[in-house]
Design a protein around this ligand. Sequence first.
Ligand code: AMP
Ligand code: ZN
Length: 116
Amino acid sequence: MVDPDCLFCKIVKGEVPAEIIRAGERTVAFRDINPQAPTHVLVIPRDHHPDAASAAVHDSGLLDEVVREAHEVAVAEGVAEAGYRIVFNTGVAGGQTVFHLHAHLLGGRGLDWPPG
Ligand code: AMP
Ligand code: ZN
């Protein structure tokens, strides 16, 4: 369940460097290279799933773990109490550019709604 051409699979394997801040049995969390908020961390499963919906269908429970990990990162970063946002961009029109499931954890500033 690894795509040899996938950037985030390469981060999981250590072939591409990333600032990893949390690593679990099934998930890895690392800082986004182009942060959109003071805290901007990506939480990904070690296994390759193209998007959140696909992971929900094929690996029951995995998304729970991704969200739990995102919350733990928010707590560790000190943004949990004020509030934060978890985003799963899905598909091209949804703004997805890397087709390996990732939760964006954004916090540390006021986040407008609706998003851009
Ligand atoms: P998305 O547009 O939802 O698919 O999000 C992909 C995210 O991955 C973007 O926010 C990018 O800034 C981020 N990104 C791309 N390459 C890297 C990398 N090598 N290390 C960390 N984050 C990355
Ligand atoms: Zn992948």
